[in-house]
Design a protein around this ligand. Sequence first.
Ligand code: MG
Length: 321
Amino acid sequence: MNTTPRPYREDFPHRVQIVEVGTRDGFQAVEGWIPTDTKAQILKALIAAGLRHFEATSFVSPRAVPQLRDGAGLLAELGVPEGVTLSALVPNLRGAEAAIAAGAGGLVVFVSASESHNLKNLNRSRGESLAALQAISDRAAEARMPVQGAIATAFGCPFEGDVPVAAVLKIAQAYHAIGIRRVTLGDTTGMATPSLVRQRVQALNAELPDMEVALHFHNTRGLGLANVMAGLDAGVWIYESSVGGLGGCPFAPGATGNICTEDLVYLLHECGIETGVDLDALCAVARQVEQVIGRPLPGQVMKAGQRLQTAPMESVRTACG
Ligand code: MG
């Protein structure tokens, strides 16, 4: 049934690393409690489908994000699967200590490029957030744990509008100064466009050539995968996405959240780029996640199947328009 797709462009990365964020960025917005063993079972199914890198949970205040209050229990249930990295998002030193104690495989810290968003999200200024990072970085180094820095609202802010590229660079430089060598540009409310992606990645590469860049897009305005193409064009080989497209946007009720992992894998495979993921197995997990959260997810390949997946003629009554 499948043929090997020809590379879309020889100069694109030949292999892409996908970081699955569904159980953190997706589940945090789900209101009804998802039991820890259900979360663990979903993560195990995602690992079985070939995913190897996860932002699995966060260690934030359980009052702020009650759904993720079981981070330690979840990591304990999973252990450290061979060749798999289970990272945790941490807002402060306390969270970092908890994540290290729970056996996380890496820490993700975050600061917004926009001052208003940082104040709203973290209740402190960007400067205060950055000042607190040194202690986290030192503690992580002691525990030999990798730290990556996310920059929220890297492509625009729901309160301020445009975010200057200089504001993004300033956060990335501050990360670099404390030893962080991997930065994720987060399109928190889906304001990225291919032009902005190219501009920001090029600026980062020019300013900090030894900083690895990852991209975290939302499909809020339908440009999620177009932005991935712009990222590939700029040489970026690490993308964050969530199974089924789980996740919402608190500033735009009803809007879709993160780009969908199956749709991303489908795009990459069709461009001749390896991901190590079994797409059919991944779609099965996405359908299972739909059952767990009790509502349809925005993922498209999980519904339509892959392009060469044929149907018997008699099973279709009317032609599509
Ligand atoms: Mg997100």
